[in-house]
Design a binder for this molecule. Structure first.
Ligand code: PEP
Ligand code: MN
Length: 364
């Protein structure tokens, strides 16, 4: 059966687990044997070729490790998956009998590499899972799916592993949940698996991110597991042992996707109240922009610049100071005010420089 369909239809979370990297036959068979006892685990993973950010870290054992993973699958009666990053990897993985291929984040980012892999699997009946690109670009992610579809590979799933960011205080890769949510909107047919291991980089945060992904209706989880995580050759801080995996899966609260009729009625009422408020919010924003245009006219008549930095700094500071009254975070207030300010500048520019036109703010 179509693998993506199986992910969609199985009990949540469809769990992919196994070591970050295959380190030895014993390690692969040991951890895969342990985690396969957990009913949620339905696909075994292990990295054979490891894309490492810096050279001189462990880059995977390569093809020698493929039969270990295949054997782990046979012993536990589960399909197996590994990352492929070029044509050679695809050939070796297919020859060894790997059941599902996955495309890593550092590959999705590169259309040439994705196309090379798509061309290499053309005509083969194999499921492919595509991780998000390292940068938060939905188009690139969508493009990778399309490259496979163009060569006839349609059994596709997505893995959300977060996005690179310099020195984030909490996460190894920030989740930017709006991007997988937008992917769901564009491609509701594609199941999404969350990879909290690479998002957090920290086993203590796995449960919180896994729970969030379940609350957002993701279909599955990919969690790196190792017999002795702190001794792992790669990603030691984020891996858990079999008991750690079981503990995360047991603690997850799985809420229903279905809504009963009476709850639906109350929910509809609340939603219509929210819509009324949103309508008011947009009426106010429209009125505010009209005022901005008047300000623009005044500035034009008096030949003064649009941006009055001191004024803006003062406005932002006051808003942020008052944010507690509105139950809003500092980050939200900042982003919201910046968005209003940019739109206001656009309106003022339109009034001040009508002959030069005004950009609609869209990138080409
Ligand atoms: C991995 O899953 O081991 C991996 C290398 O992931 P990513 O491509 O998300 O960095
Ligand atoms: Mn890893």
């Amino acid at each position: 059966m179509n693998f993506a369909k199986k992910i969609k239809e199985s009990n949540r979370p469809f769990t992919v687990a196994g070591p970050c990297s295959a380190e030895s036959e014993e390690q692969v068979l040991d951890i895969c044997g342990q985690i396969s006892k957990n009913d949620s685990v339905q696909l075994l993973r292990a990295g054979i070729w490891k894309p490492r950010t810096r050279p001189n870290s462990f880059e995977g054992l390569g093809a020698i490790a493929l039969p270990w993973l295949v054997q782990a699958g046979n012993e536990n009666n589960l399909p197996v998956t590994t990352e492929v990053a070029n044509k050679k990897h695809v050939e070796l993985a297919l020859k060894a009998g790997i059941d599902v291929l996955w495309i890593g984040a550092r590959t999705t980012v590169n259309p040439f590499a994705v196309q090379e892999i798509a061309d290499a699997v053309k005509g083969v009946d194999i499921p492919v899972m595509i991780k998000n690109p390292v940068n938060p670009d939905l188009q690139l992610w969508l493009g990778a799916f399309e490259r496979f579809e163009n060569v006839g590979i349609t059994d596709l799933s997505a893995i959300h592993r977060g996005f690179s960011m310099y020195n984030h205080p909490k996460y190894r890769n920030i989740p930017n949940w709006e991007i997988p949510i937008a992917l769901k909107e564009k491609r509701p047919d594609i199941p999404i698996i969350c990879d909290p291991s690479h998002i957090t980089g920290n086993r203590d945060l796995l449960l919180e991110v896994s729970q969030k992904s379940m609350d957002l209706n993701f279909e599955g989880l990919m969690i790196e597991t190792h017999p002795d995580p702190s001794e792992a050759w790669s990603d030691a801080a984020q891996q858990v042992n079999a008991a750690g995996l079981a503990s995360i899966l047991n603690q997850l609260v799985l809420r229903s996707r279905e809504i009963s009729d009476d709850v639906q009625i109350v929910l509809e009422e609340m939603r219509s109240d929210i819509k009324l408020l949103d309508d008011q919010l947009f009426d106010l924003l429209g009125a505010r922009m009209k005022l901005s245009e008047e300000v623009g006219r005044l500035k034009r008549e008096n030949n003064i610049t649009i941006l009055q930095q001191e004024q803006w700094t003062k406005v932002i500071a006051e808003r942020i100071a008052a944010r507690g009254d509105y139950r809003l975070t500092q980050n939200f207030v900042r982003q919201f005010m910046d968005a209003i300010h940019l739109e206001s500048i656009r309106h003022q520019t339109k009034v001040m420089n009508p002959e030069r036109g005004s950009s609609n703010g869209k990138k080409s």
